[in-house]
Ligand binder design. Structure first.
Ligand SMILES: Nc1ncnc2c1ncn2[C@@H]1O[C@H](COP(=O)(O)OP(=O)(O)OP(=O)(O)O)[C@@H](O)[C@H]1O
Length: 255
């Protein structure tokens, strides 16, 4: 489709309904190559549904997704070489150790086993998972599961990373580690797009932001464009709306 060649990820007219209820109502988005892109939205906004359609995990009712010009749904083999995904809820084969899981991912991607071995050792080391070499992923903590998910997404050296809530349930030390790795990845020419509802993380990391609410993109642009002179939280609350407490509710809680 014209106009989708230059973006690292281009979404056009994505729509998804579940049981007649619209979850994503026509999302158009361009994630510029080399950007650190935050997809912000409240609970239930449609972030996971949008990203799942963008990476070929959930078939859209309408619309499509292109990665560096390659059609994710029309030419999945070529497109899937170019990106790595860390889905939410971490759907991993968790009866394996971290090293085994990486070896399995490498095999699935048809990678040279020596390269897989070398990269897996490096990734487990950098992500501070090397000590857990005998632990099954099912027994990992939530933060460790995020980290092994990120390692799986990085293993084949993708040009785009798509991460659903990468900082959810992650302690500050692991979060800092993940941030560092993502920064290095973008510094080296990669593109990251991730979903979050944590303002501070997005404000700190991202060059570009989109605010998704009720299944549509409400604001999009560079962090500066979207935020202006205000805090991202102010803009987010204004865009997404929400009730303001009058102070009279829950009066029975005060003594
Ligand atoms: N498999 C499904 N079946 C039915 N409804 C679904 C399904 N997946 C998502 N939904 C609905 O679609 C809407 C968008 O959900 P989605 O998970 O994409 O939002 P989200 O922005 O990722 O939310 P959160 O931040 O809470 O993870 C919600 O109303 C949700 O209940």
């Amino acid at each position: 489709m014209t106009g989708t060649e230059h973006a690292a990820l281009a979404l056009r007219g994505l729509v998804k309904q579940f049981d007649g209820k619209v979850a994503v109502a026509g999302v158009d988005l361009d994630v510029p190559a080399g950007s650190f892109f935050g997809l912000l939205g409240p609970n239930g906004a449609g972030k996971t549904t949008t990203l799942s359609m963008a990476v070929g995990l959930l078939r859209p009712d309408a619309g499509g997704a292109w990665v560096l010009g390659h059609d994710v749904w029309g030419d999945p083999v070529q497109a899937k070489r170019l990106f790595g995904v860390m889905p939410d809820g971490v759907r991993l084969f968790d009866r394996l150790t971290g090293a085994e899981l990486l070896a399995y991912h490498g095999l699935l991607r048809g990678m040279d086993p020596t390269v897989v071995d070398q990269r897996a050792t490096e990734l487990l080391d950098v992500l501070a998972l090397a000590d857990a070499d005998r632990t099954l992923v099912v027994d990992y903590s939530a933060g460790m599961k995020k980290k092994i998910g990120l390692a799986c997404a990085l293993l084949h050296g993708p040009r785009l990373l798509v991460l659903d809530e990468p900082f959810e349930a992650v302690d500050p030390v692991s979060a800092a580690l993940i941030r560092d790795i993502l920064h290095r990845y973008v510094g080296g020419g990669g593109t990251v797009v991730f979903s979050s509802h944590v303002m501070e993380v997005v404000e700190r990391l991202c060059t570009h932001v989109a605010i998704l609410a009720e299944g549509t993109i409400k604001r999009v642009g560079t962090l500066h464009d979207v935020r202006g002179d205000r805090s991202l939280e102010d803009v987010f609350v204004e865009v997404v709306g929400g009730r303001t407490a009058t102070g009279e509710e829950l009066a029975w809680l005060s003594r």
